[in-house]
Design a protein. Structure first.
Length: 166
């Protein structure tokens, strides 16, 4: 049997406003989990397309979870408040933004240690850069992982399959 992100005690996280969020509240939803950055060359295209995906499928059960990370070229240097301001003002994003975390190394967030623990072949263990993406089904099973350069809109068909929409 596979492991589910919804049943792991470690995944009570802080959102960018400091509120505690247990990932079990997302059970029954398809999740796209993304490590984000505000000053990356991939920022504009990723946020724009993530917003498009979210707007199109949020009412059918898609949730996008954004995890700011400053480990790649220090491209997410701001405070949580500054990150929220940027995301909400510049991109008008409505999906949840969480507390800034590490995704690699000794201090990697437990959620990311779990996400990376699958057999990802050419990916290796570590997240390569900003905007790495994990797709999680309604039961909490990680079903796919995408490179940072993978456009969010190219995963739309995978999202639709998991949402069971045409």
């Amino acid at each position: 049997m596979y492991r589910s992100i919804f049943y792991c005690v470690f995944f009570c996280l802080q959102d960018a406003e400091g509120k505690s969020v247990n990932l079990s509240i997302y059970k029954g939803k398809v999740l796209l989990i993304v490590n984000v950055a505000s000053k990356c060359g991939l920022t504009n295209s990723n946020y724009t397309e993530l917003n498009q995906l979210y707007e199109k499928y949020k009412d059918q059960g898609l949730e996008i979870l954004a995890f700011p990370c400053n480990q790649f070229g220090e491209e997410e240097p701001g405070s949580n408040e500054q990150i929220l301001e940027f995301v909400c003002t510049r991109f008008k994003s409505e999906f949840p933004v969480f507390d800034k975390i590490d995704v690699n190394g000794e201090n990697a967030a437990p959620l990311y240690k779990f996400l990376k623990s699958g057999k990802w072949g050419i990916f290796g263990d570590d997240i390569q850069w900003n905007f790495g993406k994990f797709l999680v089904d309604k039961n909490g099973k990680i079903v796919d992982r995408y490179y940072p350069t993978t456009s969010p809109l190219t995963v739309e068909n995978d999202v639709k399959k998991l949402l069971e929409v045409s």
